[in-house]
Design a protein around this ligand. Structure first.
Ligand code: FE2
Ligand code: FE2
Length: 325
C-alpha cells in the first residue's frame, strides 16, 4: 500500500506577497499535447455516457481515439543543478510509451532522473495513461490535487473500472502527496504550485498549476488544462506572489476554446491576456486553434512548433517541441 500524505499550503497574507525563490531557467518539452484525435467522436461518447456532468470513471471511451497530455519540465537551479518534473501522464498507455521513447522521457524515468509526477487534474487525458509511467518508474512520487476523487487514488493503486472499460495493471508503489487548496506550495527553489478548487467537467474537482520565477526574466505560469481559467491563473500570481510583479512566460493548455469554434466570450479572454505583457507564450492542448490564431493576430509573442509527431499545424508548440524560459 502506498503512503498518502496531505500537504498544507502557505496562505499568503493580503498585502505581503510570498517569495518562492528563483531558478536560472525553465525548459519545457511537450511530450504530447494531443488529448485525443477526433473531437466530435469524443464528445459523442461523452454524450452517450451521460453528458458533461456524468463522472468520467463510468464512461466508456474508444481507446483508439485516445492520445494524452504530458509535459516535461526541466528546472535549472541558480547553482546550475538540474531537477525535473513530469506534468501529467497522458491517456493512451501505448501511445504514451511511444512518446516517452521519442522524447527520451523513458530513460529519464527509468534512471530516476525525474523528481516527481505532478498531476494537474484528474481528467482522463492527463491520468489514464499512468501505466506507461509506472512501467518505467513504479515508485515515482506523485503530487496530486488535494481534491482528487477516491477513484483517482484507486486508479493509481492498480484499480479497474469495468464500466469505463479500463484497468491499471501496474500499481503505484511510491508516495502520493495530496496538495491541498488554499495557498501556495513551494516545490523547489524558484518553483511553486497552487491547487485551485473548483468543479470541472465530467464530475471531477480541482486543478493545480505551476509557477516558476526565472532570475532576471520573471514569472512563468505552467498549466495542464487550466480549467480555473487562464486569467485567474495569472491574477493569482500578480496578487499573491512576489515574482508576480514581473510576468514573463506562459505554457500549456489554456482551456479557452477546447472543442472547436471560439465564442465571443472566449475571444475576450484572449484579448484580456494582452494586459499582462507576456514575453513568451507557448499555448497548446485545450487552448484551441482559433484562440492561438487570435493570439498571433494580436501580435502576442507566441512560440510555434514543428507541427509533427501527431500535432496539427506549426502555429503552436506541439508534440516533441521544446521552449526555454
Ligand atoms: Fe486536457
Ligand atoms: Fe481537463
Amino acid at each position: 500500500m502506498t503512503m498518502i500524505e496531505e500537504r498544507h499550503p502557505l496562505a499568503p497574507a493580503a498585502d505581503n506577497p510570498l517569495s518562492i525563490g528563483a531558478c536560472r531557467s525553465i525548459t519545457v518539452t511537450s511530450v504530447s499535447e494531443v488529448g485525443w484525435w477526433d473531437t466530435p467522436r469524443m464528445l459523442d461518447e461523452m454524450k452517450v455516457g451521460g453528458g458533461p456532468a456524468a463522472c468520467q470513471w463510468g464512461i466508456r471511451f474508444d481507446p483508439d481515439n485516445a492520445a494524452g497530455s504530458c509535459t516535461l519540465i526541466e528546472v535549472e537551479g541558480l547553482d546550475g543543478g538540474a531537477r525535473r518534473i513530469l506534468l501529467d501522464a497522458g491517456w493512451n498507455p501505448e501511445y504514451m510509451a511511444e512518446r516517452f521513447r521519442a522524447t527520451g522521457v523513458d530513460r529519464l524515468l527509468q534512471d530516476g532522473e525525474i523528481d516527481f509526477l505532478f498531476l494537474s487534474h484528474e481528467h482522463l487525458d492527463h491520468l489514464w495513461g499512468i501505466e506507461a509511467v509506472l512501467r518505467l518508474a513504479p515508485e515515482i512520487p506523485i503530487l496530486v490535487p488535494g481534491t482528487l476523487r477516491e477513484e483517482g487514488i484507486a486508479w493509481l493503486r492498480g484499480g479497474a473500472f469495468p464500466a469505463a472499460g479500463i484497468a491499471n495493471p501496474v500499481p503505484h508503489r511510491g508516495p502520493i502527496v495530496r496538495m491541498l487548496p488554499g495557498g501556495v506550495h513551494k516545490l523547489m527553489d524558484g518553483v511553486a504550485s497552487v491547487t485551485f478548487d473548483l468543479p470541472i467537467l465530467l464530475d471531477i474537482r480541482g486543478e493545480q498549476s505551476i509557477y516558476a520565477n526565472v532570475a532576471e526574466k520573471g514569472l512563468v505560469c505552467i498549466t495542464g488544462c487550466c480549467h480555473q481559467g487562464v486569467l485567474n491563473l495569472v491574477d493569482f500570481a500578480t496578487n499573491h506572489l512576489e515574482a508576480g510583479g514581473q510576468i514573463f512566460g506562459l505554457y500549456g493548455g489554456l482551456h479557452i476554446a477546447p472543442f472547436g469554434t471560439m465564442t465571443e466570450e472566449q475571444a475576450d479572454t484572449v484579448r484580456a491576456l494582452g494586459r499582462y505583457g507576456f514575453r513568451k507564450i507557448a499555448a497548446n492542448h485545450c487552448t484551441g486553434n482559433e484562440a492561438v490564431a487570435l493570439m498571433h493576430t494580436l501580435g502576442y509573442p507566441v512560440v510555434g512548433g514543428s507541427g509533427s509527431a501527431g500535432s496539427t499545424g506549426n502555429t503552436h508548440l506541439g508534440n516533441g517541441d521544446t521552449v526555454r524560459f
